[in-house]
Write a protein that binds this ligand. Structure first.
Ligand SMILES: [Zn+2]
Length: 238
């Protein structure tokens, strides 16, 4: 049976409007609708995105929406044409909070790339992990991570009211954060973020094993080092 989950944090209020909406063209922001204050905030956020991540890895982010106190963080949403991503960021985030959010959302873009997924009209036909109308390929990062660290029962519990909280409280050492217990896809994004920011774990907890899941891949290790250098962090910690 497929493991149900959501791709990203939905906006709590569907009626809410972003403070600014931008298209990304050739790596630069193009204003669609925004006042000067929102434009300045978007420029600050986008310049940090470009500083932290290699250009080749953020080419699929085709829109940036900035929000004032309506988002509680951020999200990524696949565009209607499925080719790109809309990045949503709260303008109140700064410094380490902003970096953490950007790393988390980048983790979604990295692991949910369509090269790793197959489009499906019927998500219930997905035997791995369904994300919107796509299904993680067998052997993809999402599939391997979920197979190793999640049971069908855990994924079902996570979708119930207070289910994620119950999963976390049952054994906090399994989890990177409380939020990581909300779904396999959020767990992967939180684990990716911990992989970049934390030292290489030496413990035997499940959370440590999750972080080591990324350490075994040389391409992930080099991407981690590059992002750490670009973010102003020592790349050799680990
Ligand atoms: Zn997320």
């Amino acid at each position: 049976m497929p493991i149900p989950r959501v791709a990203s944090q939905d906006h709590s209020d569907d009626e809410a409007e972003p403070a600014g909406a931008f298209r990304v063209a050739l790596g630069n922001l193009v204003r669609r609708e925004a006042d000067d204050e929102s434009f300045a905030a978007a420029e600050r956020i986008w310049s940090r995105v470009r500083q932290m991540f290699p250009q080749s890895r953020i080419e699929k982010i085709s829109e940036l929406f900035v929000w004032n106190e309506t988002l509680g963080g951020g999200s990524v949403i696949r565009n209607w044409d499925l080719r790109g991503w809309q990045l949503n960021v709260d303008t109140n985030l700064r410094g380490e909070e902003l970096d953490y959010l950007l790393l988390h959302e980048f983790g979604h873009v990295l692991t949910l790339d369509l090269a790793e997924m197959t489009l499906l009209v019927d998500p219930s036909a997905c035997a791995t992990v369904a994300v919107d109308i796509s299904c993680a390929n067998v052997g993809s990062v999402v599939d391997r991570f979920t197979t190793r660290f999640w049971s069908v029962e855990m994924a079902e519990t996570a979708t119930e009211p207070d289910g994620a909280e119950a999963l976390y409280e049952a054994d906090p050492t399994r989890w990177i954060s409380r939020y990581s217990a909300t779904s396999p896809v959020e767990d992967i994004a939180e684990t990716w973020t911990a992989f970049v920011l934390r030292e290489r774990p030496v413990g035997a907890s499940v959370a440590d094993e999750k972080i080591r899941f990324f350490w075994v891949h040389p391409d992930m290790r080099s991407l981690r080092a590059e992002i750490r250098i670009r973010s102003g962090l020592d790349p050799f910690v680990g």
